[in-house]
Design a protein around this ligand. Structure first.
Ligand SMILES: *[C@@H]1O[C@H](CO)[C@@H](O)[C@H](O)[C@H]1NC(C)=O
Ligand SMILES: *[C@@H]1O[C@H](CO)[C@@H](O)[C@H](O)[C@H]1NC(C)=O
Length: 218
């Protein structure tokens, strides 16, 4: 579908309003690559819920996130998540005690993802548009998440590396800051289930609980 639109655009370029044309071109390019980097999770009340390293396989849809810091409360120190979005399963790993829990994932959205139905809003230049090396060109994407009252905005570079993602509902909001990204999976072992997690059965989810990447920080 996207490909068809892109072809159409090439053939009939002048008849398309420019903003529409850009949206189509960028949406064609909106799949995130494999990535390794750092993530900060901050609430709009100013609490740092997590600071840590992530590894993301964008094709296999696997994400590892290990937080080693949070303040003022210590809630996310040592949080270690391995998420398998295709299987709707994630593990909370405790490397110290060599134990883990296996959980069902209810919402597959996460802050590195630009969903296929994300809406392209705008392209902009952060910093200076006239001084080379003093600018970052970004595309802004957004949308509503199905079956929740949540929405998101993601700013990403032209090559679809996320810079920041804002997640919000009526009552909560989170800012995910992504830095020091390398467009590759540096250590594939991090996306492999540790042997002590093998054979676990899925934990029961308490009534009314929603499991998602974002919910881990609420
Ligand atoms: C947490 O991990 C990041 C990335 O590995 C590192 O840069 C940072 O220094 C670590 N912080 C602490 C408190 O260990
Ligand atoms: C992404 O990472 C996975 C896991 O390491 C690897 O199998 C896959 O080939 C990588 N994809 C690309 C496009 O580099």
């Amino acid at each position: 579908m996207r490909f068809v639109l892109l072809m159409l655009l090439k053939v009939d370029f002048l008849n398309f309003p420019m903003w529409f044309g850009r949206g189509i071109i960028f949406s064609f390019l909106s799949d995130s690559p494999n990535m390794t980097g750092l993530m900060n999770v901050i609430t709009t009340k100013g609490e740092t819920r997590a600071v840590g390293a992530f590894t993301y396989d964008s094709v296999g849809e696997k994400l590892r996130f290990t937080s080693n810091e949070s303040h003022p409360t210590d809630s996310s120190r040592g949080l270690d998540l391995l998420m398998f979005f295709k299987e709707d399963i994630f593990y909370e790993i405790d490397g110290k005690t060599q134990s883990c829990t296996k959980n069902k994932l209810h919402i597959s959205w996460h802050p590195l993802d630009i969903p296929n139905d994300a809406k392209f809003y705008t392209a902009m230049t952060m910093g200076s548009s006239s001084v080379e090396d003093e600018r970052l060109k970004i595309n802004v994407w957004g949308g509503d998440l199905p079956n929740t009252k949540a929405s998101y905005w993601t700013s990403a570079t032209m090559g679809c590396l996320p810079v920041s993602t804002f997640y919000f509902t009526d009552t909560t909001s989170f800012l995910f800051g992504l830095t020091d990204i390398e467009p590759e999976v540096k250590d594939p072992d991090l996306l492999t289930l540790p042997s002590f997690c093998h054979g676990k059965s899925v934990e029961d989810t308490p009534e009314g609980t929603v499991n998602s990447f974002v919910n881990e920080f609420m």
